[in-house]
Design a protein around this ligand. Sequence first.
Ligand code: XBP
Ligand code: MG
Length: 250
Amino acid sequence: MTNQLQGLIFDVDGTLANTEKDGHRVAFNQAFAEAGLDWNWSVEFYGQLLTVSGGKERIEFYLSQYLPDFKPTQDMTDFVVHLHQLKNKYYQALLRQGAIKLRSGTKRIIESARQNGISLAIATTSSLPNVIALLEKYLDLDWFETIGAGDMVAAKKPAPDVYNYVMEQISLPAQNLLVFEDSDNGLEAATKAGLKTIVTVNNYTKHQDFSQAALVVSDLGEPNSPCQVIQGDFQASYLDIVNLRSILST
Ligand code: XBP
Ligand code: MG
C-alpha cells in the first residue's frame, strides 16, 4: 500500500481560486494609482508578467524589462516592498468584496478529503496574509495542516523549495501525496520535488507545456458541471476522492 492517498497539496493562485485577472492584477493597478504611477497592466499584458512567480518579483521583472531607466525616490527594495504591500491591501479588499471566487470542485474535494482522513496543505508563492484571507473567506484555516507561502522559502516556483518545505512539515512521503496546480511553473516545482500533479488550466495557462502532469483538466468539475479532459486518461466527468486514489496509484 505504498501509494495510498494520505494528503492533498493545493496551489492557490489559479488553482484554488481565479485570483490573477480579477484579483492581483486589479489590485496591482489600484496600488500603482495610489502610488502616483501611471502604469496599467491590461488583462493580456499581465499574462506575460505571470511568467514570473511572486508579486515583488513580478514588479522587479516589469521594471527590468519595460522601464529599465525608472528610478524611485526611495531605495529600490523599499519601493518594491511598499508597492507590494499596497497591492496586497487592495487584493484583500477585493477578496472581502467577493470579487474572487473558488474554482469549480475545489471545496467539494477539500471537504471530502477531510471526511476521508486525508491531510490538506497549501504550497504557494502568494504572501501568507493573502492565503489566510482566502481560506478564511471560503474554507477554514484549521482544515490545512501546513501552509507553505511567499517568502517562507528561499526560492519561489519553479524551484521545488515550497513543496519540499510542505512535505517536511506534513511528514508524508511524496508517493502518498497528490498536488493540484494550474501553471507550468507550479508543475515544474512539484515535479522537481517528486510529486504527482493534476493540472487545472485557466486562460493564462492553457497553452503551457504540461507533459509532466498526471492529468490535465479544465477544472475539477462538479456532478452537475463536468470537467473537460485535456491530457491523460480519465473517464469520469468530475474528480473525487475515489478517482484521485486511483490516479495516485497508477
Ligand atoms: C502565484 C503568483 C503570485 C501571485 C501574487 O503563483 O505568482 O505571485 O500573483 O502573490 P503560484 P503575491 O500560483 O504558482 O503560487 O502575494 O506575492 O503578490
Ligand atoms: Mg498557480
